[in-house]
Write a protein that binds this ligand. Sequence first.
Ligand code: ARG
Length: 460
Amino acid sequence: AANPLWGGRFAGGASAIMTEINASIGFDKALWRQDIAGSRAHAAMLVAQGVLSAQDGAAIAQGLDQVAAEIDAGKLVEDPALEDIHMHIETRLFALVGDAAKRLHTARSRNDQVATDFRLWVRDAIDALDVRMAALQRALVLRAEAEAETVLPGFTHLQVAQPVTLGHHLMAYCTMIGRDRSRLADCRTRLNECPLGAAALAGTSFPIDRFSTARALGFDRPTANSLDSVSDRDFALEFMAACALAGLHLSRLAEEFIVWASQPYRFVSLPDDYSTGSSIMPQKRNPDAAELVRAKAGHLLAGFQRLAVVMKGLPLAYSKDMQEDKVPTFEAFHTLDLSLAAMTGMVETVTFNRDAMRTAAMSGYSTATDLADWLVRAAGVPFREAHHITGRAVRLAEERGCRLDALSLGDLQAVDPRITQGVFAVLSVDASVASRTSYGGTAPDQVRARIADVRRELGL
Ligand code: ARG
């Protein structure tokens, strides 16, 4: 039989395969709340504009309440022949309130309907992720505050470079998450325009009020071009790009936890509830949660790609290709949401092994730069020359198999006679970090000042 909603011009029904490939209810049912909200706003506007009778409007509003209650109670009956969530809701509404339901679709198309629903969904997803990201920032700030003076090696090329403070290191991630939040906020600002009323692609001849539906749905304004309204999905792409970047940041933190938890480092011990054992090696405690967060960044990056490839080269306006926009977008949200929750849990509960960090920070001649800087400051040596002198001191320490500050004054003076006893004050890791007082530097006082800024921003 022909489709009851659009089958007027069809002699027969769809093939089973057509029905299967066409159906999106399996995933777009996630839009049901947004779809009901959109229909409510649309019906109320039609009544206000005199397009729909008050009676029909009331029947529709009441019927939509009931449909919502049913779906909320898990009573959505999925029927692939009804294609998508929009037709499921409308069909159920008709069963409940009769002919009034047939008037709801006046001055509307599924094209502007789905664009509206989807924007509302992405907007909600952004708001939920923002809460999660703020929670991760809060966890990082609290741990950073307690570790403002904890020294660990800072690396470049994963080679010991200069000592840094753990608080500083953790706040680096807090800063990244802050940018991730602002990217999502930008995305939200741009997407917050209402496509409803663009109809199929050209707008409508009915005297609708797009400003009132936009307002009712919390949008800043209606979209400006009906063709663009039904065919633009860059809000979803932008959302996924922002999610991918956030996932990438989480993967780096996850990787650090994984490396730090390994036995040669022992900088951290990850809590039992974020680790798993091995079925053969009894001693094992593996950082699986961190590894999965690291891997999920791959899904997030691919999600952007999946939709970008669907959208590339599509002519205006709507094409069914766009139905494929939802799965990657929904998945991006759930993946990032879960990754953020896992990372927050790990940050809150990880044990920092301060001794191992300190010991490692003292290795690798990490304060060599401090010696060179001292030569510049105390002895007026040009930096390039000081660099060279320090290199010779490092070579000597290497020959002796000792740290830089274990060389005697005599040893150092043999390298360069301008070195005096005062140099030993700058060679410890604590002196090194304490001296990095430039704005945004690793000195504990700087770190505390920047933490105070972030605390204010976060309202902590
Ligand atoms: N399920 C469709 C989607 O998600 C709704 C729009 C259908 N529009 C159409 N012209 N067939 O894109």
